[in-house]
Design a protein around this ligand. Structure first.
Ligand SMILES: [Zn+2]
Length: 396
């Protein structure tokens, strides 16, 4: 509201607040909270030229409780216990028309202070809600790399930044602690102590990620991994299933690198379950996704045990099977259905055995689906020259 102006009729009252009395910080806060719109009618207050001068002409700061008491104020200070009438809580950013309406003595009964307070609160809450999820999603990148032919294979920061930006994620902009977790698996695959050391390395990285989640620094994770299948399964099993997580993988058949592509149609998958001896204590879970699994070289432990398989429908296993992200989603659904089948049909099983020929994303997804205390321990196998070798256990 304005300073009382005895020479003007109510309709003509100069409603411009003496701006120099209101702190710059308060004015800025009001513009920000209202996203530059009239708190009552939502009209955009920024002029088309976007000049500050123009904006100032369109927008007015209205007092809820007047700066002065007495009859000159439409909502007099005497009415309320407001101490600081120039405080942000007592001011509304309005267009000229709305300002005139609320300050018109004929309308006072329609706009008592409490009503204006409610309008202001609900308007500012609405702006907060609609703007909160706009823009880029902040994500923390978790990189896992390993040694291939003597050198470290790992996604570069540039590759990650490009991949994340393409899906409107904002990553790698934070400190090391909250935005970029890297996990370097050292040593030659299959070498002495390799699998144990690698699991420890993954555990250490996961501990860091969990701490950042716990402190609230991380609310979303993007995973970029290069590692042998058993370690990816282990990684998936160790990942927090409450934090939104998106998996990426390096694609072999395209220039897009780590980005998912929608060039090819998504692949569908099916579960094929043997109905052998339901009292079996061992169940073999098989995922032929990048190549067929050779059952002829199964070890004695696996020989003759019931098999539950998840495989692509109408497509042969191939290293490029997963290029569309929906394929991963489809696989994840069928994989969980397969585990449910294993649980229901072979309820005596003490141990599951996993043989997967799978791309990075699917391997991690396989691990994510195992539930401790519900599923039996799962021995994970690595393909070697002429056999499948048990290298680690998850879900125990
Ligand atoms: Zn308005």
């Amino acid at each position: 509201m304005a300073e009382p102006q005895s020479t003007l009729s109510p309709d003509e009252r100069d409603t411009t607040v003496k701006r120099d009395r209101i702190k710059e910080s308060v004015r800025n806060a009001l513009w920000a909270r209202t996203a530059g719109r009239c708190t009552i009618c939502n009209r955009r207050l920024l002029g088309d030229q976007r000049t500050y001068l123009h904006s100032v002409l369109l927008a007015e700061l209205a007092h809820n409780i007047g700066a002065t008491g007495g009859d000159g104020s439409p909502r007099s200070r005497d009415n309320d216990g407001v101490d600081d009438t120039e405080a942000e809580e007592n001011l509304l950013l309005l267009c000229h028309d709305c300002h005139k309406i609320i300050d018109n003595p004929d309308h006072i009964d329609f706009f008592p202070p409490e009503k204006l307070r409610q309008i202001k609160e609900s308007f500012e809450r609405r702006i907060e809600m609609v703007t909160e999820n706009g823009g880029l999603t902040r994500t923390a990148a978790l990189r896992v790399g390993c040694t291939i032919r003597g050198s470290l294979a790992m996604a570069s920061q540039r590759e990650i930044a490009e991949t994340l930006l393409a899906v409107n994620y904002l990553g790698l902009v934070e400190t090391q602690r909250s935005g970029d977790f890297s996990c370097r698996i050292n040593g030659a695959v299959g070498g002495r102590g390799f699998w144990d050391a690698a699991q420890q390395t993954i555990d250490d990285a996961i501990t860091q990620v969990r701490q950042a989640i716990h402190t609230g620094d991380v609310k979303h994770i993007s995973v970029f991994a290069i590692a042998p299948v058993p370690l990816l399964v282990y990684l998936g099993w160790r990942l927090d299933d409450k934090t939104p997580t998106r998996l990426f993988q390096k694609h072999r058949d395209q220039f897009v690198g780590w980005s998912w592509s929608d060039q090819r149609a998504p692949v569908e998958f099916e579960v094929i379950s043997s109905d052998e001896d339901t009292s079996a204590e061992h169940v073999v879970l098989v995922c032929p996704l990048t190549s067929e699994v050779n059952r002829a070289v199964f070890s004695d432990v696996l020989e003759g045990q019931p098999i539950i398989e998840v495989r692509p429908i109408n497509e042969a296993p191939s290293p490029t099977l997963f290029s569309h992200e929906q394929s991963l989603v489809n696989f994840g659904e069928q994989w969980r259905a397969a585990l449910a089948t294993a649980e229901a049909r072979f309820s005596n099983a003490r141990r599951w055995h996993l043989i997967a020929s799978a791309p990075v994303s699917a391997s991690i997804e396989i691990g994510r689906a195992f539930v401790r205390d519900i599923h039996p321990p799962v021995t994970v196998y690595e393909r070697s020259a002429e056999s499948y070798e048990a290298v680690l256990v998850v879900s125990q």
